[in-house]
Design a protein. Structure first.
Length: 202
């Protein structure tokens, strides 16, 4: 996918939790993935499990963490890839701020179109940005139709293992995957396994 395959459009955010988060981190980060999909599609989308915040600039991670903590969220888990915050009250979603990571297949900081281009499935390619009190959705060209079909379409095999695990996670949300799409993931496993094996040949 590339920038031409995304559209930006005004969007209304009904969730007070997400509005507060976007107001707090609007110049630092944006919501992407399942929570953004639910904002754009409403009840037609599966419920989000958390709110993922992606940074515009990798150097803003600590500022974003401080902004979320200032809203009363408690940082309860840190991993190599994210800082996670527990919900403040029942009914709220946990919040994750995604650390910067880049390799040949993945990118986790930058403009929404750049980051979304590296997501595994087209059904994940939703972001919501808020700057200067203006809220926009950034949506992959086929993201809404693919979500309505409840079938995963591979956009990018970030890591074959991660992509496979994400397919399983999406199965719990009611998504299926066609054999030809599953074959893309299997082929990537094979290709990268061969590349790794070649490194160890004498």
């Amino acid at each position: 996918m590339n920038r031409a395959a995304f559209v930006r459009q005004p969007v209304v955010v009904a969730s007070s939790q997400i509005l507060q988060l976007l107001d707090a981190v609007g110049d630092l980060a944006y919501v992407a993935g399942g929570a953004a999909r639910q904002i754009v599609m409403g009840a037609e989308a599966p419920p989000a499990w958390d709110v993922d915040l992606f940074l515009y600039h990798p150097g803003d991670f600590e500022r974003a963490v401080a902004a979320v903590a200032a809203l009363g969220y408690v940082n309860d888990v840190d991993t190599e890839r994210s800082s996670e915050f527990a919900p403040r009250i029942p009914g709220e979603l946990p919040v994750q701020i995604i650390e910067y990571y880049r390799d040949a297949w993945s990118l986790t900081s930058g403009q929404p179109e750049d980051v979304l281009s590296h997501f595994s499935f087209t059904t994940e390619t939703f972001a919501v940005v808020r700057r200067n009190r203006t809220t926009e959705a950034v949506v992959g060209a086929t993201a809404v139709d693919d979500t309505l079909s409840h079938m995963l379409r591979v956009q990018n095999v970030t890591s074959p293992l991660v992509c496979g695990l994400r397919a399983v996670k999406h199965a719990y949300k009611g998504f299926g995957i066609e054999p030809d799409q599953l074959q893309i993931i299997f082929d990537a496993y094979l290709e990268r396994a061969r590349a790794e094996a070649d490194k160890w040949r004498y």
